[in-house]
Design a binder for this molecule. Structure first.
Ligand SMILES: [Zn+2]
Length: 699
């Protein structure tokens, strides 16, 4: 999986971009000068040559979670960390994760034909001829289904509504959906809900194939045999241990109790899909449903009949060990405060982009910090360099870790920095919690653009044609990557960033060293640049005198979400005023502005270390105040009330979900009470900022 950043309105700032460069938020002037020098040094350490070598080793074979090959990446990563002098730790969790033992897709009539499902070798790509993972979606059901085929477009909720209006049902049929527009787990959930006996999900050439560009190996896009594997699990983490870690001996749900698919779900190429779609008859497709294959699409049902069969090892070997790795650089002054950077180490194939590139970024950042350590520059706070296992199956490794260590993380984690598909092109994108966006932009100013066009930040502005009065748009935390446990479950601030590009080999055997070296990042300079950002950012957060969260930008970002709520409430003729919530957000902004001024003047003089420590402890509580223990009403594990992945999409982001889900549920009283609840939490957040200010100034 990798996250889709959901973009909202650009944040208009009252200060110009250049005016912000003069000082370093959260640092006393002398400390800022030292930190500048340290970061400049660290930024220069990640190298394209090292990145290329790490990438080649880590993408040498398909390394799916739960396989011996994936245990080898654990050993490789630990060996690198040790080589650089970093303390290491491995945590093992035993998770319910069946692996397929057979998969079959055939056309039964007309013209019976069994499809070749594996992705064939490609000239020049060495790993394309090695063993590959079966083309079965993670957490597919087992089964052997034969039936007529119905084309369901993207398989979204609204697509089934459209089919209903046409009098067409998938009940007892095999649904075929194209990838895109939502997380595939939602497609599987909806197909099963509507009575489908199996689901095929294919990659339409319109979405990431020849309609977009030349196909692999001539170009970067998906060829007619390319397959997008991927999980269809909807909850986060091991589905047999919801909300608690998968440690030895814990009680587990039975498969019948887990929210998993009960029908076979199989991803196929457009080469194979066209052999079914071309034979579907019945009504022509509605507007917008036509894909890129060279014939007119029909909805069905049938007359083409298919068979889809999947078996797996759940009866004999369902529980498998997964391994998270940690490199730990202990802080000199505040060893209990944690700055964590991580990326997932598992993949569906060789995984050069997803997520060897993120793993390499984490490793090269670790090497940079390790070299600073050897030069005697130990960070003040503890920095943890993590690689997660089984992210691709549903964020298992990071979720089990967060559930295992939730008390310590809730109390002490300063930030979690996520690296998923860190480099597969040249287009910079960044996002995460609004509180850390100014710091991320600041770091992007320090890192040279790999193509020599000034800084990453300057090139970012140029690419997006940003006017001088604004900052580049940044993505909100949506869903689909390892930040979820940290952010959605515990309210820990997260930044993330990446260099994006063509995504035509996503979750394919062709996401390989050859693809990356030819199309994604031929010089591995963008891998190194992603790592430079990581190295500087972990140091910035680890060494700050006062943690550089910006709750002014945070509050301004939040205010943008009120007008759409007001509009929806007005359209329903409800009485659910947001005035109290608006006042609470205003209060947070004013309090944060006062704090920033007090912080800067305190740091310009001399402040007792104990006061700084107390202020930082209060700052760690600000975003925690915007979570609630009982979570969202739809999903109790999701405690953060600011952003969440839309439960009807999975990739798209929903802001202020407790309120927006109440509106979607058409519940006026609940909407009112959720607005009041969130207003009181914003007031608590503002109080934590006020406590931080009092700590700085108090006797
Ligand atoms: Zn990924």
């Amino acid at each position: 999986m990798h996250t889709r950043l959901a973009f909202t309105l650009a944040v208009l700032l009252t200060t110009s971009a250049s005016a912000q460069q003069s000082s370093m938020a959260g640092y006393a002037p002398g400390d800022a000068a030292r930190e500048h020098a340290l970061e400049a040094d660290a930024v220069a350490r990640p190298s394209a040559v090292e990145s290329e070598s790490l990438s080649r080793h880590l993408s040498a074979e398909t390394h799916v979670a739960g396989t011996p090959a994936q245990a080898r990446t654990r050993d490789y990563v630990i060996a690198q960390m040790k080589r650089w002098g970093i303390d290491t730790e491995v945590r093992t969790y035993d998770v319910w994760m069946p692996h397929p033992t057979s998969v079959h897709v055939s056309r039964v009539s007309p013209n019976p034909r069994t499809f070749a499902l594996a992705e064939p070798p490609v000239a020049g790509d060495q790993t394309s001829s090695l063993a590959q993972y079966p083309t079965v979606n993670g957490y597919s059901g087992q089964g052997d289904a034969t039936g007529q085929v119905v084309y369901v477009n993207y398989g979204l909720i609204e697509d089934y509504a459209q089919l209903d209006s046409m009098g067409i049902s998938v009940n007892g049929k095999i649904a075929i959906a194209r990838y895109g527009r939502s997380y595939r787990g939602i497609k599987a959930r909806e197909a099963e809900k509507h009575g489908a006996i199996a689901l095929l999900i294919y990659s339409d050439p319109q979405d990431d194939g020849y309609d977009v560009g030349d196909v692999y190996p001539k170009g970067p896009m998906r060829n007619s045999a390319g397959v997008q594997r991927g999980s269809i699990l909807n909850p986060d983490g091991d589905p047999s241990t919801p909300g608690y870690p998968s440690n030895p001996g814990v009680p587990r749900l039975t498969p019948a109790q887990m929210p998993i698919s009960h029908i076979p779900v199989v991803p196929i190429s457009y080469g194979n899909a066209s052999e079914l779609l071309e034979y579907i008859d019945g009504p022509g497709v509605p507007r917008g449903w036509q894909g890129g294959l060279p014939f007119h699409y029909h909805v069905g049902p049938g007359p083409v009949t298919a068979r889809v069969a999947v078996t797996d090892d759940r009866a004999t070997r369902a529980i498998k060990p997964i391994y998270d790795t940690f490199g730990i650089v202990r802080g000199s002054e505040f060893p209990d405060e944690l700055v964590i950077i991580g990326g997932h180490r598992d993949a569906w194939g060789p995984g050069a982009a997803d997520n060897v590139s993120g793993t390499v970024s984490v490793l090269e950042a670790a090497r940079a910090v390790a070299e600073e350590l050897k030069a005697g520059k130990r960070p003040k706070r503890t920095i943890i360099f993590a690689t997660w296992d089984a992210e691709e199956w549903g964020l298992l490794g990071s979720t089990e870790f967060v559930e295992d260590d939730s008390l310590r993380l809730s109390r002490d984690a300063v930030a979690y920095l996520n690296q998923d598909v860190a480099a597969q092109g040249v287009m910079f994108g960044g996002g995460g919690s609004p509180s850390l966006r100014p710091t991320l932009r600041d770091i992007a100013r320090l890192v040279p653009d790999p193509d020599g066009k000034g800084s990453v930040y300057a090139q970012w502005r140029r690419e997006r044609a940003i006017p001088d009065t604004a900052e580049p748009e940044m993505g909100d935390p949506g869903g689909g990557s390892d930040f979820a446990g940290f952010y959605n479950h515990l309210g820990i601030p997260i930044p993330e960033w990446s260099f994006g590009g063509p995504g035509g080999v996503y979750h394919s055997q062709y996401d390989s060293y050859h693809w990356m070296s030819t199309f994604g990042d031929p010089g591995y300079r963008y891998h190194a640049a992603a790592a430079s950002i990581g190295a500087a950012l972990v140091l910035r957060l680890a060494n700050a005198d006062v943690l550089p969260y910006d709750y002014v930008e945070y509050a301004r970002t939040m205010r943008q979400y009120l007008a759409p709520i007001d509009a929806k409430v007005a359209a329903k003729h409800w009485s659910a005023p947001t005035a109290d919530l608006r006042a609470a957000i205003d209060h947070l902004e004013h309090q944060a502005a006062a704090f920033n001024a007090a912080r800067d003047s305190a740091l310009a003089g001399s402040v007792a270390p104990a006061k700084l420590a107390a202020a930082n402890q209060s700052l760690l509580r600000v975003e925690r105040a915007l979570t609630r223990p009982e979570g969202l009403r739809t999903r109790p594990w999701f405690r953060n009330l600011i952003y969440v992945a839309d439960e009807n999409n999975g990739y798209a982001n929903m802001a202020l979900p407790s309120i927006n889900e109440a509106i979607r549920a058409n519940d006026e009283a609940l909407t009112r009470s959720e607005i009041a609840d969130l207003a009181s939490r914003f007031n608590q957040a503002a109080r934590a900022v006020a406590d931080a200010q009092a700590a700085l100034g108090g006797g």
